[in-house]
Structures are given as C-alpha cells and as structure tokens.
Design a protein around this ligand. Sequence first.
Ligand SMILES: [Zn+2]
Length: 306
Amino acid sequence: MHSKLIMTLAACALLIPTVSCAEEVEVPRADVVNVRGPISMIQAGGGNIGVFSGEDGVFMIDSSYEKNSAAVKAALKSIHDGPVKILMNTHWHQDHTGGNAHINEMGAKLIAHKNVKKRLETGQRIEAFDRLIEPAEEAALPEETYLEANEIILNGQTVKIIPAPYAHTDGDSYVYWPDLNVVQTGDLFFNGRWPFIDYSSGGDIYGVIAATDQILMLVDDETKIIPGHGPLASKADLEEYNQVLRNVADRVSTAKSKEQSLNEFMATSPLAEYEEEWGGGFLPTYKFIRIIWDGVTLDMSEEEDF
Ligand SMILES: [Zn+2]
C-alpha cells in the first residue's frame, strides 16, 4: 500500500534497542501530489487531503486518521510553511477528521456542515462495520458550521464550499475552485473502487448519484478531481463511476422487483464485468451490494430523475 512504509527494524534496533530486530513496524507516510498550481493532495492512508496554499496561508480539506497526524504535518510543511488558516471536513468519518485536533492546535479554524459536528459530538455506530465511534474531543469539533453553500476568497482565489448531504453521509460537502478548475469531492467519489455508503449516518446511493451528477455539471475535460479515496481523477473517471453506480442500482432494483434475495442475486454474478476494476478496494463486491441492498428502491422506471 502506498500509505505505509514497511520498515524492518534491522537497522532501527540500533536506535531503539528495546524493540526486537525481527519485527516489522508500519511507519505512517504521507505522499504529496501536486494537483494544479497552489493546490496539492496529501495521501496518508486515510481519506485524501486537499491543501490550497498561498500568501494568506493554507486552506486544508480533511485531516486523515489521528495516527497519521505527524506524517500529515510534515507533508504540509513541505508544501507551505505558512499557518493553516482553515480546516474544512467533507464529512465526519474518522479517516477524514481524525487529525482535526492536531490541526486545530496549529491555530486553524475548523469548519464543516452542521451534521458533521452533530455526529462527531455524539459519537456514532457505523452499522455496516458494526463499529462504535466514541464522541470526538472538543478540539476536534467544527467551530463554524453551515447548511448552505458558501464562498471564501483566499489567496486571491474563489473557493466554493457546496453541501451535498444525504449521499455518502448526511453531512457531505465538496469544494470547487472555479478559476483553478479543481474539485475535491470527499467520499462522494471513490476513484476506481466500490464506495462505502454510510446508511447509518444518513447516506443513500441515490444521493451519491445525484451529488456526482451535480459535480459533473461543473467540470470539463481539463478539471482535476481530488476523490475521497484513490488517485487524482478526471471528468471521465467521475462519469464512469456515476454510470457504474446507476447500473448497479438498476440491477439491484430489477432483482428486487423479481423478488430475488441478496444471495440469489449474487449467485448470478450480476456485476462480474466490474469485479476486476471496482472490487479490489477495501469493499469486496458482495459487501458493497449488501450495504446498498436495503436502500435500493423497487421500481425506478417511473422516476425521471433521482
Ligand atoms: Zn467516508
């Protein structure tokens, strides 16, 4: 995995004599990718981080897992030495907010959709993974929240923050730099792998399709797209993802209208053609279908638009 540097301790043991030389440790590593001009992406093993820097300072989008904070800070410093002015979260999940308190300590103002704060504050159960997430500490909570789209002028550029809730969760936002022609989607877009859709946090596959429809209206062939997970993407990648999700939702819907069970549906290998490209992420195909199964509606044929 690109996110971890596996380091044998043969040499390290000289420095840390209490650790066995035979063991291996995972050292969090953060890779920096220049997106365009003043915008970079940090990949540290959690969700992708956006960094927009200039004379006013840094606008940072998402903060990865808490455990990656040192690597993320080092990567930030390698991009720009100025202060982080604002940290925005695209949604509440830990792989995007875990480092919030560390960035807050550096003096950044934390902002996010209102539902991000609500879910971080109270703690959550992620049903799909049967995982309980404890309430976040005060320093990790957004200080300013919003429900509507808003615009920031920073480093001589317009930054649009656009909520698209009830998609991956009930608190998603994406970021659009119109003049730099860059978009950061958060987990509305997993590039080249099945997306997690968190129904226990108000997510909905039709919301993800609608949000990516909306983003596709903003972008062109030159746009650089920072996805929530996966490599830097183009409009063609996002179009393909949007179309694959539509196809999957349609096939599940048809199966349900024939009263097939999830197991009967999967026994027909209904997504075999997508397996190689999309099934290699953290969600295997079966798990992805199981997550969305209950949320797919029976008959889409009457609906013009979803
Ligand atoms: Zn997420």
